[in-house]
Structures are given as C-alpha cells and as structure tokens.
Ligand binder design. Structure first.
Ligand code: ADP
Length: 486
C-alpha cells in the first residue's frame, strides 16, 4: 500500500484520541484490515474497548468547550484548509480507499471529492449559523433565539463510503462547534484515519476529532449511547443496528441522526426517454457495485417499454468490466465480504425458484474471490425476496407494471423511505408521482441525486435527520431562546 502513495504518511496504523496517536489498545488486542480484492492483509490496528472510547469522549468533552468559543470564521478557515488538503491529496486518499474497500479507483476519487465537498460546504456554513429575533409578547419583553453547538457528537459509519459518510458528519459537527468521536467500520478504518491526519495538518485542535478503531462495535456503541457526555449520535448503517442504537440511547434521550437502509424503487414509465432511463439505471444500480443505500433495488418498468428496456439494459451491463479497482477500465470491484456475496446469491436463487429469468450474469465471476457478475433479472414479481429486502449487490430485478396507481402502491409497499427514482415526460404525471412517492429523495429523470447542496436523508425506517444543504447544520445545533425584560 505504502509504495502506491505519493505521501505514505497519510496511512497510519494508530487510532487518535485527544491528539495522541495510539499504537495499541489497552488490552493489546489488534485486528486486521484486508483488501477485499486480493484478501491480503494491508494493516493491523488497535482493537479498542469501551474504556478507550470513554477516554476519547473525555478528550472531546474538554476540546469542545474551547472549539465552540472560536468564531465561525476561525472554524471555517480550518475546514477550508482541510478541503484544500483533501483535494490536493485526492489520488492518495482514493488509493487508500480502493485498497481497503475495493471500489474502482475512479469511483474512489469521486468519493473523496464528494466527501471534500461537504467539508467545503459546511466550512462556508460555519459563518451562517444564524439565530432569530421575535417581537416580544409583552411591551417589556425582547425575544432572541440563538443556536449553539449540541456538544460532543459520536459518529458510527459504514464501509461502503469510508470517506464520504464520515466527512458528511464530521464537517457539519465541527463547523457548528461540536467535537466528534468516531468509530469507522472495522473493514475500512484507514480512510477515516487519513482524514484525521489531514484534519490535524489543517490545524484542527487536538481532541476535536477522535477516531476509535475497534472490531467490537457493540461495546463501542454502548459507550457512545450510554455516556452522558455524548449529546448526539449520528449513525449511517443498517436499519437493524439503527434500531439497537436508538433503544440504547433512549435512557438518556439521546439525539439521533440516522441514515439507515433503503429499498429504492426505480420506475420507468412508457413515455420515458428509454436510453436516458437505461443510463440512469446503470448509475443508480451498479455504482459501487450496488453497495449504496440509495442504489435502485427494484426496477419497475411499464409494459409498453419493458422488453426494450430489459434488452438495452442487459446490453449496457454486459459491457461492464469486473476486476481489481486499480485495473484500467474496471467498473465493478469485489463485494465487501463473503456474507455480502452469499446474500446476492440467495436473492437470485430465490427469484429464479419463483419464476424469474436471468437475462445476464447471475453467478460469481470467473476470477473467483468476492467478484460477482453484474446481473439482470426479468419477470420479477412481488413475492420474491428482492421485492422486500435490500440486495446490496450488482443485481437489477425488473418488475413489470401496467398502471400508475399499481406502481405507486408497489413502490411504497416497504418499511423503507430513502431514495426513489422515476423516468417520465408527462409534466402532470411527474408532479403526481413525485408527490405520491413516500421517500425522502426522488430522482426524476436522473439516477444520481447525491450532492452536498441538497438535504440527504430518509423517512419511515430509513432514518431521521438530513445531511448536507443549509438544513444539515440543524442536526448539530440546539436552539435556545432568550427572554429579556427591559
Ligand atoms: P453495514 O451493512 O453497512 O455493515 P451495519 O449497520 O452492520 O451496516 O454497520 C454500520 C456500522 O455500525 C459499522 O461501523 C459497524 O461496525 C457498526 N455496528 C454494527 N453493529 C453495531 C452495534 N451493535 N452497535 C454499534 N455499532 C455497530
């Protein structure tokens, strides 16, 4: 790994607590990080326990008080510097990301720039955490509303976007004047640590950002939710774990930001631009090898264009190149682990046993390991697992539908409500469908909706809170109202 980097010091095998880089956990335990493409061990990190998480919280608690007293402009300057450093080191950061996570290098670089965009955006927002004045309710009263940082924020992040999912939490927290302790996924801690290295170089004071590395996420999660110095928990991951954290935080009425699972419908109406819909499906379905929470999971295609769409999609997908993320032209890397591969196989087998046809792919890739063939399934129906569960892999299941009412009912028939997509041209229908979809985000004639300028987040069991946009800072500030009698 080190030989691939222009600046090898961006990789560290130490965790960061209160400004100290820590080489080994209290108990001397460690865990290995592997490259999912080759199975090679790329790093050995401290496997920290609850007591160490508690120390990180203490450090953040002390640092936060000082950080919060800085002006917005001072905090903005640090974030701007960090943004510049991320962009300047984008190739190295992307290399680290590809090695620990597997996504193609070009996608990894896209993720770094996407993560950096949140750092830039929230740095700018740091200066605009405005309050309000309200006309008094009595002649002698003057009412002022101020917004203050919530305090210490804990972040737990997943492996599918090791940089961006953390940057999206770190940036608004730090901009608002909070301090953060983070626990990256054990599969992909190196990207989080490289962000911490750069944050330190950008001048972020010790203790404002801490990275606890651990394989024992339940213990760390307990400390993050039960320690009363932590005022907010922000989590991106599965709905199942989100539920556990919510329960654990209930005793101290923990504030929560949750970005959980999705089960995105992708609807193609008869009047759609079919070629554009195929392009959108390629991006929405196969980006990150199907391993994003906003990936199209269920593709509903209206009868009039079903066969044409299926044919064109299969044609495009057949041109995808599976391989190691550093090989030229690769558009699909490995899946993250055996469990992920088994789930993809299970979903395909279930669909086929209930009558679906494999139009393309359908099996592990010939190169073995964690590689899987990009797959298209036709004749998919609502009794199959793919209709209800998130596959998190490169499988496009095509459902056929006839009417608008029918497809809205099917699309909304899920406990999830994160992203949705549809392709149509009729303006009235576009508004009807956009308003009827029970999702936090709707892509209309586009398969790519993520940007730092818009509020990312879900409804129903896909979570609460929003990341990005002018609303994103709200999750990290408390409102306080001052009532002054003159
Ligand atoms: P994914 O399917 O993305 O792995 P998870 O919800 O399992 O989703 O994991 C997301 C993050 O939550 C990871 O950092 C993981 O280590 C962490 N995690 C998993 N289980 C728990 C738990 N019980 N408490 C706290 N964190 C957890």
């Amino acid at each position: 790994l080190l030989s691939k980097l222009k600046d090898p010091s961006l990789v560290t095998d130490k965790a960061l607590i209160g400004g100290d880089w820590i080489a080994a956990g209290d108990a001397g335990k460690t865990f290995e990080v592997t490259n999912p493409s080759t199975g090679d061990v790329i790093a050995v990190l401290p496997d920290m326990n609850r007591a160490e998480a508690s120390r990180a919280i203490d450090a953040a608690h002390v640092a936060q008080k000082v950080w919060a007293r800085k002006t917005g402009k001072e905090r903005a300057a640090v974030l701007r510097k960090l943004y510049d450093l991320m962009v300047a080191n984008a190739d190295d950061l992307a290399t680290i990301l590809t090695i620990e996570m597997g996504k193609p290098f070009a996608e990894a670089k896209g993720e770094i720039l996407y993560g950096a965009s949140y750092v830039e955006w929230f740095g700018e927002e740091a200066k605009r955490v405005y309050g309000d004045t309200i006309p008094g309710h009595q002649p002698d009263k003057r009412i002022i509303v101020i917004r203050q940082p919530v305090g210490v924020v804990a972040a737990i992040t997943p492996w599918n976007f090791p940089n961006a999912m953390l940057a999206r939490k770190f940036a608004p927290a730090v901009a608002a004047g909070c301090a953060m302790i983070s626990k990256p996924a054990a599969e992909t801690p190196l990207s989080a640590l490289s962000l911490a290295v750069l944050a330190e170089r950008a001048g972020l004071p010790a203790g404002v950002f801490n990275v606890v590395t651990s394989k024992d996420s339940p213990s760390i999660g307990k400390e993050f939710t039960e320690n009363e110095k932590v005022r907010k928990l922000t989590f991106t991951g599965s709905t199942e774990v989100g539920r556990i954290l919510m329960r654990q935080g209930a005793d101290q009425i923990m504030k929560l930001g949750l970005e959980l699972g999705g089960n995105a419908p992708f609807i193609v109406f008869d009047d759609a631009d079919i070629d554009a819909a195929v392009e959108g499906a390629m991006i929405s379905k196969y980006r990150n090898n199907g391993q994003t929470c906003v990936c199209a999971n269920r593709l509903y295609v209206q009868s009039g264009v079903y066969d044409a769409f299926a044919r064109k999609l299969a044609e495009k997908v057949s041109a995808m190149k599976v391989g190691d993320g550093f090989e030229a032209g690769v558009s699909a890397g490995p899946l993250i682990d055996r469990k992920a591969l088994a789930k993809v196989e299970e979903h395909i087998a279930d669909a086929v046993s209930k009558g679906a046809a494999v139009a393309l792919g359908g099996k592990p890739d010939a190169r073995g390991g964690l590689f899987f063939e990009p797959t298209v399934l036709t004749g998919v129906t609502r009794d199959m697992k793919v209709a209800r569960e998130e596959t998190f892999g490169p499988v496009a299941p095509l459902f056929r539908f006839d009417t608008e009412d029918e497809v809205i009912e099917m699309a909304n028939n899920t406990e999830f409500g994160l992203a949705s997509y549809f392709y149509a041209r009729d303006v009235s229908k576009i508004f009807r469908v956009a308003e009827a979809l029970e999702y936090g985000m709707v892509g209309i004639n586009t398969g790519l909706i993520s940007t730092e300028v818009a509020p990312f987040g879900g409804i129903k069991q896909s979570g609460q809170g929003r990341e990005g946009s002018k609303y994103g800072i709200d999750d990290y500030v408390e409102m306080k109202y001052l009532c002054l009698s003159i």
